[in-house]
Design a protein around this ligand. Structure first.
Ligand code: AMP
Ligand code: ZN
Length: 114
């Protein structure tokens, strides 16, 4: 755990955030500033600073995808479509340095993103 990491605090229940789902590897909760009717964050329990670190824990990539699909199904957006986003680094729009996958859906997504 990184002491000054917001998402580590949520993982370790030092910050009260309602969880939508949890398993041995990830937690899932609503984004505090939703950009779509459904906007979930899928967050590994271990501290991984960004996508750049993910190859060291490559099993997690598969698990994150599986969780995202499962949540899309649970929210009924799998057939219409949805978007997964991993922001990486300052120019990639990453603001929290703990790897997370955004799952967004419930409206048509625009491309290219801003
Ligand atoms: P990123 O910009 O890709 O690092 O995404 C970080 C996301 O975390 C943003 O979409 C924020 O709205 C979201 N966020 C920040 N603080 C919280 C919080 N306490 N609970 C839920 N989501 C948060
Ligand atoms: Zn962390």
């Amino acid at each position: 755990m990184e002491l000054d990491c917001l998402f580590c605090k949520i993982v370790h229940r030092q910050l009260a955030t309602p969880l939508i789902d949890e398993d041995d590897q990830v937690i899932v909760f609503n984004d505090i500033h939703p950009q779509a009717p459904i906007h979930l964050l899928i967050v590994p329990k271990i501290h991984i600073a960004s996508l750049l670190e993910l190859p060291k824990k490559s099993y997690l990539m598969t698990h994150l995808s599986q969780c995202a699909i499962q949540q899309a199904q649970k929210n009924g957006i799998d057939s219409k479509g949805f978007r997964l986003v991993i922001n990486c680094g300052p120019e990639g729009g990453q603001t929290i340095s703990h790897l997370h996958v955004h799952l967004m859906g419930g409206r048509p997504m625009l491309w290219p993103p801003g």
